[in-house]
Write a protein that binds this ligand. Structure first.
Ligand SMILES: [Zn+2]
Length: 70
């Protein structure tokens, strides 16, 4: 990790996972770290999208059954 003027800006929570484009969600990474993070993000995004359900792209959330207390 070497942060200098050539550093990359990275979204800590990817925009694809509804991460916000705000300063607190942005970190500086060197090119090497950014590449590694992007690889990890791709896996995270894939898992996250699966959890959101196949209709998430249309703004439809999966219906979860109500929780019952016994
Ligand atoms: Zn680095």
């Amino acid at each position: 990790m070497k942060v200098d003027v050539y550093s990359h800006f990275d979204h800590i929570r990817p925009l694809a996972m509804k991460g916000k484009n705000i300063l607190s969600n942005i970190q500086a990474l060197c090119a090497t770290c950014h590449q590694a993070k992007t690889r990890e993000d791709r896996v995270r995004i894939k898992k996250w999208k699966k959890k959101q359900g196949p209709l998430a792209d249309f703004g439809i959330k999966p219906i979860r059954p109500p929780k019952f207390k016994f």
